[in-house]
Design a protein around this ligand. Structure first.
Ligand SMILES: Cc1cc2nc3c(=O)[nH]c(=O)nc-3n(C[C@H](O)[C@H](O)[C@H](O)COP(=O)(O)OP(=O)(O)OC[C@H]3O[C@@H](n4cnc5c(N)ncnc54)[C@H](O)[C@@H]3O)c2cc1C
Length: 417
């Protein structure tokens, strides 16, 4: 392996028994990432600028429609094929992979997830009609969807209803609220907003969560604040204000109330932030091996692989990467509606492992390669900063995963002391 040798797939097709579709999609993403995303990543990071050029390439490669069902003109990838594809993007530009996730989730919620949950025939027919419109925007017009759920309270963690409200207005709604860390702010064409429709007595309940697409041009919608964070700087996750925004009925991404059912019954959706960080974990390992072999363009000095301590650390990184990949692959392979408890515990374990290990691998990479490796001319310090963001992501932050594993391992469902 050298810097001029094409990167091997993160998951070898034969060893991991990938499908033909997964082989093709991951190849497309890896070639794009290696050829163009890798070189651009430093400037998006330095300038905290949205990767617009990468999105043009994703659009040209058909990847904006990766999870749009084939019947609607998309590539028809399911959950695992998407996750594998996004991981390859994350190797080269974490911010592109993370924002790509926000966009693709709008297709997963409305696609395979919606197909797996209960709807009456009228809801199903209405959903079919509406999602056809959303998918056409993506496939035919290259529209980008964002997924701003977070509000700064406990709603994004699933503990309380969203404080952003939707009030009936004719056959649509008027939506008001504030979303923080709205990745793609100012760059998305539509914002997939989670809000709550109040009961008749004015109370807010999670079962009344509504998921609607708010067009970027809607009067009353604005982006506020600056964006100068530690890592994932290209996500441009500024604050979104919705001030009595009129939203048409057809903008509903799911029929009223069904988002809650989907979130409860298809919880692996919350694992979709991990591919970006799995890609970073792989990139940290690849960088270390290349650097110690003296193969990184722009690095000072020659081969640096002779010392036993460096070999020992590379071994530790290798173990950590293999463990992370194996657990993650299992979990994205078994994701399904109504997962049993064992599967849920494994999903939390995978989320925790990917997010924490990505950062630890970057930390080990710098420690092993040394001071000259962390200069801004090389990518590892950016990978290190980007990887730090993974365990903060709600609803499955690292601490929430620990909390749930600890509780659910000791208590059967409904059990109390
Ligand atoms: C780069 C980046 C991009 C992001 N993009 C998006 C986006 O596109 N869309 C979006 O919706 N959000 C996005 N987020 C937001 C993210 O998912 C969290 O909502 C955000 O980091 C929470 O910040 P906070 O300061 O409110 O922390 P807090 O919510 O206070 O969290 C601090 C810690 O407290 C713990 N905690 C929080 N709530 C609970 C609870 N109910 N029970 C137990 N423990 C809890 C968790 O361990 C958490 O790590 C992004 C975040 C980052 C860093």
């Amino acid at each position: 392996m050298s810097a001029t040798t094409p990167d091997a797939p993160i998951f070898d097709a034969a060893a991991w028994r990938l499908t033909e579709q997964e082989i093709a999609l991951t190849r497309r993403a890896r070639e794009l990432g290696e050829r163009v995303f890798a070189a651009r990543a430093a400037s998006f990071d330095r300038e905290a600028r949205f990767p617009t050029e990468n999105y043009a390439d994703l659009r040209d490669a058909g990847l904006l429609g990766v999870c749009v069902p084939a019947a609607y003109g998309g590539l028809g990838a399911g959950y695992r094929a998407y996750a594998l594809t996004a991981a390859e993007i994350g190797r080269y530009c974490g911010a592109t992979a993370l924002t790509f996730n926000m966009h693709v989730c709008s297709c997963l919620w409305t696609g395979p997830l919606a197909d797996a949950i209960d709807m009456d025939p009228a809801q199903r027919a209405e959903h079919e009609r509406r999602r056809a419109m959303h998918y056409a925007r993506i496939v035919e017009h290259g529209a980008i969807y964002a997924q701003p759920f977070s509000e700064g309270g406990s709603a994004a963690a699933g503990a309380v209803p969203f404080a952003t409200t939707a009030v009936r207005d004719g056959d649509g709604w008027r939506v008001s609220g504030r979303k923080i860390f709205a990745s793609l702010a100012g760059h998305a064409d539509y914002y997939g907003i989670l809000c709550t429709e109040a009961d008749s007595d004015g109370t807010l309940a999670r079962r009344n969560t509504l998921y609607v697409a708010v067009p970027a041009s809607a009067p009353g919608l604005r982006v506020e604040g600056d964006w100068d964070p530690l890592g994932m700087r290209g996500t441009v996750s500024r604050t979104l204000i919705l001030d009595d925004v009129r939203v048409a009925a057809d903008e509903a991404l799911m029929p009223s109330g069904l988002y809650y059912q989907a979130a409860v019954r298809w919880p692996h959706m919350f694992l979709t932030l991990t591919p970006a960080y799995l890609g970073i974990a792989q990139a940290a390992y690849d960088f270390t091996v290349r650097y110690l072999r003296g193969e990184v363009p722009g690095q000072a000095g020659d081969k640096r692989r002779g010392q036993a301590v460096k070999q020992h650390n590379v071994a530790r990184m290798h173990l950590m990467l293999e463990q992370t990949k194996a657990l993650w692959f299992q979990v994205v392979s078994e994701a399904r509606v109504d997962p049993p408890r064992e599967m849920m515990l494994r999903a939390y374990a995978a989320q925790y492992t990917v997010m924490e290990n990505a950062n630890e691998l970057c930390q080990l990479a710098i420690r092993t390669c040394g001071g000259q490796s962390m200069l801004r001319t090389l990518p590892i310090e950016r990978l290190y900063r980007d990887s730090r963001c993974g365990s903060l992501m709600l609803p499955w932050s690292a601490d929430i995963c620990l909390e749930r594993i600890g509780h659910d391992a000791l208590y059967a469902p409904g059990e109390r002391d």
